[in-house]
Design a binder for this molecule. Structure first.
Ligand SMILES: [Mg+2]
Length: 391
């Protein structure tokens, strides 16, 4: 038997939309939809996030942007600013790491924390959870929902149920009481198919599953049967695995109109490479060898990324084709050997003058914004493409 654990699941409320409302006071209290340009209902792409004020209209994330526009044309539609969200995300995770090293990021705005051992220093887990919420609110002016429970599964369900601005605690011994009335789709691993199947058998609530003999479920769902039964009974032994962040960093652009303009494509690749390079350097991550066609050495230099990406694209025949979306992604990332903070030192000696340049450009963009300095090629206006957006 594992000793009792105290697991927190923290999830920011309507994260992208909340950052937009934070940065634009005029957006506050109004429906805000972050995603593709709706182009008066003719836009392509999807909703990346929406504020709580947009939800009564039926708008949800991942919905086609054209549909969102039909539901609420008066909403404020904005393109995502991933750099800004990543910056806020870094600040959120810095707060979380003040209380434990056991922080497992699930996405840009969501994490598990194991605060079991932190209690000796910071007091009871519930107090730690309250402090996290309070600090995020006072220091960042954003709202987080928190679930606190003896395991990951319960913590995640708890934070979901409390949204928005939630703080839900599942005390040890209360697992069944908490789960029993909930609908079965809340169980991990129950997709629409399994849900339909279980419902045909008259199973509606987690409690009904929990009370079934495990053998019956195993016979019905094979291997998944036992997992489901254990979750339904509030059992989940999974550890919080720290530091699994940023396996890949990418940027992409959806063209306003499909394009066959090679020069425009070239310029877009250059722009995307720069954007990825900035994030690589900020997060102290470097890209390393994958295969001959790609880089044979680690880099965080935008020119390298651009050259390789462009070389790859050259091999793609665009005859008779038009491009909707371009992406540049760096994978197989390694933490830099360089000490954190080193990248901001403008005049730190380095062998590669391009890295010195990149460092200086980073520092300028970090302080004055990404428009403060740019490649001459990127300053000329792009004819067919209005605005680009990160994924
Ligand atoms: Mg969230």
């Amino acid at each position: 038997m594992n000793p009792a654990r105290n697991i927190i699941h923290l999830d920011m409320d309507a994260f992208y939309a909340s950052v937009e409302q934070l940065d634009h006071p005029a957006y506050r209290g109004r429906p805000v939809v972050v995603g593709a340009d709706p182009r008066a209902g003719k836009g392509r792409g999807v909703v990346a996030a929406c504020s709580y004020e947009a939800r009564p209209f039926g708008i949800r994330s991942a919905m086609p942007i054209s549909r969102a526009y039909r539901l609420c044309p008066k909403a404020i539609y904005v393109r995502p600013r991933m750099g800004r969200y990543a910056e806020m995300s870094d600040r959120i995770f810095a707060i979380l790491r003040d209380y434990t090293d056991l922080v497992e990021p699930l996405s840009i705005d969501e994490a598990f924390l194991d605060v079991t051992a932190s209690q000796r220093l910071f007091g009871p887990a519930e107090a730690i959870g309250r402090t996290l919420k309070a600090r995020i609110r006072s220091e960042l002016r954003l709202v987080a929902s928190i679930g606190l429970a003896p395991n990951k599964f319960l913590a995640k369900v708890a934070s979901d149920l409390g949204k928005p601005d939630g703080f839900v605690v599942v005390a040890p011994g209360k697992e069944r009481e908490f789960l029993d009335p909930l609908p079965i789709f809340r169980l991990w691993g129950v997709g629409p198919k399994t849900e339909a199947r279980l419902k045909r058998l008259g199973l509606q609530t987690i409690g009904q599953i929990a009370r079934m003999p495990v053998e019956t479920l195993e016979a019905m769902l094979e291997g998944a049967g036992r997992d489901l039964w254990e979750l339904a009974n509030g059992m989940d032994d999974r550890e919080v695995v720290p530091g699994q962040e940023a396996k890949s960093i990418g940027g992409e652009t959806t063209f306003e109109r499909d394009t066959d303009d090679r020069e425009e494509i070239r310029r877009t690749i250059l722009e995307l490479s720069d954007r990825v390079r900035r994030r690589l350097r900020r997060d102290h991550l470097f890209r390393t060898l994958t295969r001959a066609a790609i880089l044979d050495h680690p880099t965080d230099v935008g020119d390298d990324l651009f050259r390789e990406a462009w070389k790859l694209l050259q091999r793609v025949s665009l005859a008779g084709k038009r491009v909707r979306l371009l992406g540049v992604t760096a994978t197989r990332l390694l933490a830099a050997a360089e000490p954190p903070g080193g990248q901001m030192s403008l005049f730190r000696p380095t062998a590669d003058p391009r890295r010195r340049l990149a460092r200086a450009v980073d520092a300028i963009q970090e302080r004055f914004g990404s428009d403060a300095i740019a490649r001459a090629t990127l300053i000329r206006p792009a004819p067919a493409r209005k605005k680009s957006a990160d994924p």
